[in-house]
Design a protein around this ligand. Structure first.
Ligand code: ZN
Ligand code: ZN
Length: 217
């Protein structure tokens, strides 16, 4: 399996910047480089791959704040999220200030992604799923071969994303999880935007918000 994954928690919010790379070609991506770009670049150098893309799951500042710096330093283009998050990606600095956090930069020149698109690096392909609810333009990246997903702030181990931010919606989020993520299969391992990894099967069995029992109750 040529896909390798490493997680670098960044920003005071400990956002999981996720590095994925292809061991055949040593080309890779950084998903959600929210900040602490020196640490992200050090990790990439240590792992020894070449960064070819910076991918964004959604527009919140802790996920995207460092993307412009990373893109400028490496030449890697910024890809994602879905255009429905443009109202956030263009106001990253303002978003950080609401949490009393600086250091982020507004995003410009990024490529938007749609449901069904694919992102390629090395010999690997990530499928793009549009999963609104936490934000309207949230997307998930999924590698079918390795059955690995990066789900941003859609789903966490034992929890789900907040829906009290502008244009968040709980019913939409639950629909995204049950109609876009669960059909990928119980064996899929996922990296959430914050906290430990899990599998879809584990969450269906135990998650108090979107587990099978919770939704039937
Ligand atoms: Zn978020
Ligand atoms: Zn987050």
């Amino acid at each position: 399996m040529p896909l390798k994954v490493a997680i670098i928690p960044v920003t005071p919010l400990q956002q999981n910047c996720t590095l994925m790379w292809c061991t055949d070609t040593m080309q890779g991506v950084a998903i959600d480089p929210g900040g602490d770009i020196d640490a992200v670049q050090d990790a990439i150098a240590e792992l020894g791959f070449t960064l070819v893309k910076a991918l964004l799951t959604h527009g919140h500042f802790d996920h995207v704040g460092g993307a412009m710096d990373l893109a400028e330093r490496t030449g890697a283009p910024i890809v994602g999220p879905h255009k429905d998050d443009e109202f956030i990606t263009t106001k990253v600095v303002e978003g950080g200030q609401k949490f009393g956090l600086g250091g982020g930069r507004d995003i410009s020149g990024n490529m938007w992604l749609n449901d069904g698109d694919t992102v390629e690096f090395g010999n690997l392909t990530l499928d793009v799923l549009h999963t609104p609810g936490h934000t309207p333009g949230h997307i998930v990246f999924y590698n079918a071969e390795a059955q690995v997903a990066q789900v941003g702030d859609v789903l966490f181990k034992g929890s789900i994303g907040r829906t009290d931010f502008p244009r968040g919606d709980l019913d939409t989020l639950i629909t995204s999880i049950t109609t876009k993520l669960w059909p990928l299969g119980d064996d899929v391992a996922f990296v959430p935007g914050h906290g430990p990894t899990s599998t879809f099967g584990e969450e269906r069995a135990t998650n108090p918000f979107v587990g099978d029992r919770a939704l039937k109750g």
